[in-house]
Design a binder for this molecule. Structure first.
Ligand code: NAD
Length: 434
């Protein structure tokens, strides 16, 4: 099939490359000329495991092209809209400027019977609002939320755990058949597929993220209680996680969630609920957000306390900048936030990360960055692990002890073995762990 993918960021670039890899002819369209140039060469403009190979194979096959020209969408049967929906600058709601601009720019190039497929995460009501614009051109619109996880984006796109189609209008049956054809390999393996209305499809995405954020903040709230009582939140999570109704996944206490999705999605959901007169239904999301942000301050406080309240001029090494391992995404990253707060307190902050230094440096040029982890650790008076990259989880406490000036480790992800670190003479702090 001939497909266009409008917006080629973390979601769109992976989607475009994945669709080409299963045999479709794909044109990716983005307003960012540098990104398009990189993608056209088969070079991933950001770090995502496996994306480079998929892109190169697609570009070499001739089935995957990129352009900044929206006219390139003409002739495609299906147009995926994958542009960003960040938090508004002036409030908590989602900024729909990019979605509206992309759809409006696409309209003149739509053919009759084309299908516009929204993949961006949007406030409930967006598809219904765009429907008349698209139908005026004889085309139709569906909403097909995306559940990929950065770090696993290629696999998640090629082997999704479910497909959700929100459809409406006169041609719903045909639109469902079209989407089934797009996703034929996933359909053939029996991937669960839910066909529903626009509002449900839009809400599936934000409610899934609201649930995941709540689960993380729940265990982080338990960490706060554990800190006041001497209990161990990791053991607590193991124990409650054995209950299949609860489950152990996403129950790791730590510095909390971040990234380009969970924080802005729960805020946008709460803002949208206010607009439709149901603010109180998701009022708890404000607390979820607050618990999450408190954990960042807790990590900072542990460092400050280790210097008896005076971090000024003391060398603190921050391990990790990306919001999660196996990504270079620093949007609303707890790690970067911790680094910035410590820098603001006068600490001599040195940051390192296997992939995210470039993005972090663009956002916060005032911080010091060192690419090599051992070099970064030289002379550290405190170390804080904030992104659980495998290379940090497997650090040898004896070896790191030789590099640093003072053996203080704040494990913001509870991913190190406290016994092993203490045995090497380290003062170890976890979150919610005695
Ligand atoms: P992103 O910022 O990485 O990418 C968005 C891209 O859209 C950018 O490359 C930007 O240049 C481009 N763009 C903006 N306006 C445009 C226009 N008018 N025409 C063409 N291109 C335009 O964002 P992302 O992380 O890929 O997220 C995109 C959407 O997908 C968001 O709604 C997000 O919530 C959702 N989502 C993201 C993920 C994820 O893990 N990143 C997962 C699921 C859903």
């Amino acid at each position: 099939m001939k497909l266009s993918v409008i917006g080629c960021g973390y979601l769109g670039a992976v989607h475009a490359a994945a669709m080409a890899s299963i045999g479709h002819e794909v044109i990716g369209i983005d307003v960012d000329a540098a990104k398009v140039e990189s993608l056209s060469r088969g070079d991933a403009p950001f770090f995502e495991p496996g994306l480079g190979d998929l892109l190169r194979a697609g570009v070499d096959s001739g089935r995957l092209r990129f352009t900044t020209d929206m006219a390139g969408a003409a002739g495609s049967a299906v147009h995926f809209v994958a542009v960003g929906t960040p938090q508004r600058r002036d409030g908590a709601g989602a900024d729909l400027t990019f979605v509206d601009a992309a759809v409006n720019a696409l309209l003149p190039h739509l053919g009759p019977d084309d299908l516009v497929v929204g993949k961006s995460t949007v406030p409930v009501g967006t598809a219904q609002r765009l429907q008349p614009l698209v139908e005026e051109r004889g085309a139709s619109i569906a909403w097909n939320p995306e559940f990929l996880r950065e770090g696993f984006a290629v696999k998640d796109t090629l082997e999704p755990d479910r497909l959700v189609y929100g459809v409406g209008g006169q041609t719903s049956d045909r639109d469902v058949a079209t989407l089934d054809e797009v996703y034929a390999p996933a359909m053939a393996t029996g991937t669960p597929r839910i066909v529903t209305d626009y509002a449900t499809a839009e809400l599936v995405k934000v409610s899934a993220n609201a649930f995941l954020a709540t689960k993380i903040s729940f265990i982080n709230a338990m960490a706060e209680i554990a800190e006041a009582t001497g209990a161990d939140v990791t053991m607590l999570a193991d124990a409650i996680g054995h209950d299949a109704r609860i489950g152990r996944r996403f129950l790791n206490a730590g510095v909390g969630f971040g990234g380009g999705c969970l924080p802005k999605d729960i805020r946008a959901f709460a803002a949208r609920a206010e607009e439709i007169g149901r603010g109180e239904s998701v009022q708890f999301l404000k607390q979820v957000d607050e618990i999450n942000l408190r954990r960042r301050q807790r990590v900072v406080d542990l460092i400050v306390d280790s210097f008896d309240g005076s971090p000024n001029g003391r060398r603190v090494v921050v391990l990790g900048l990306a919001f999660k391992p196996d990504s270079d995404d620093t949007r609303d990253s707890p790690a970067l936030d911790v680094a910035v707060r410590l820098h603001g307190l006068g600490a001599d902050v040195v940051c390192t990360d296997p992939e995210a230094i470039g993005n972090a440096q663009r956002q916060h040029p005032q911080l010091s960055y060192v690419a090599d982890v051992e070099e970064s650790l030289q002379g550290a008076e405190a170390v804080v692990l904030v992104t659980e990259w495998s290379v940090y989880r497997h650090l040898d406490p004896a070896r790191v002890g030789e590099l640093v000036a003072r053996r203080v480790m704040v494990d913001g992800r509870n991913c190190l073995d406290p016994v092993a670190w203490r045995d090497e003479g380290w003062t170890y702090f976890g979150l919610g762990r005695p």
